[in-house]
Ligand binder design. Structure first.
Ligand code: COA
Length: 153
């Protein structure tokens, strides 16, 4: 299910086929930029997850993954856009395709553990805050949820 807006190409991919591109983006964003420990970042959940990749002129610039916690709840994780390509709508495009993908699976709700600095990014996608701020990998997070029947198409 490729999606293309301007010159950004979003692809839904498997970890086995796109491991190098997924790891390249996540390594740059989470290890180099945010100093997240590799054992926390690469947590053994990737093989079973659905992954999305964003490409700009054939270069990998963004990624995220979807995990299914139950038949009624999906979790979107590891949302990352390489720093020099931020502010161009690539993160939103990745999320729009991920949300549409979950909706097509008939799953009614999406959960995110958002880094607090990115809360506005998820607000703009219709996610709402659940509960208090907590620590994950040394970074303050907040749980946010999106009910798909209420979200924009
Ligand atoms: N704070 C406030 N608003 C933000 C934001 C932030 N950190 N990041 C994006 N936005 C807003 C944009 O201004 C834009 O608003 P608009 O629709 O009114 O123009 C909208 O969200 C979409 O932004 P977009 O350009 O699509 O986001 P991006 O491509 O820069 O990607 C992240 C956003 C969060 C994925 C990116 O900053 C990133 O990879 N950060 C490092 C990794 C990270 O923290 N990931 C989140 C883990 S929970």
């Amino acid at each position: 299910m490729p999606s293309q807006s301007s010159n950004v190409l979003i692809k839904v991919v498997s970890y086995s086929d796109y491991k190098a591109d997924i790891q390249a983006v996540r390594y740059q964003v989470f290890q180099c930029e945010q100093q997240v420990a590799p054992e926390l970042e690469f947590d053994g959940e990737d093989d079973a997850a659905t992954h999305l990749m964003a490409y700009l002129s054939h270069s990998p610039v963004g990624t995220t993954r979807i995990r299914y916690l139950s038949d009624r709840l999906a979790k979107i994780e590891r949302v990352a856009v390489i720093a020099q390509h931020r502010g161009l709508g690539i993160g939103r495009e990745l999320m729009d395709v991920a949300i549409a993908y979950v909706r097509n699976q008939g799953i009614p709700e999406i959960k995110i553990n958002a880094q607090t600095h990115a809360r506005v990014f998820y607000d703009k996608l219709g996610f709402e805050q659940h509960g208090d701020i907590f620590d994950e990998a040394g970074i303050p997070h907040i749980e946010m949820r999106l009910h798909l029947e209420n979200s924009r198409e």
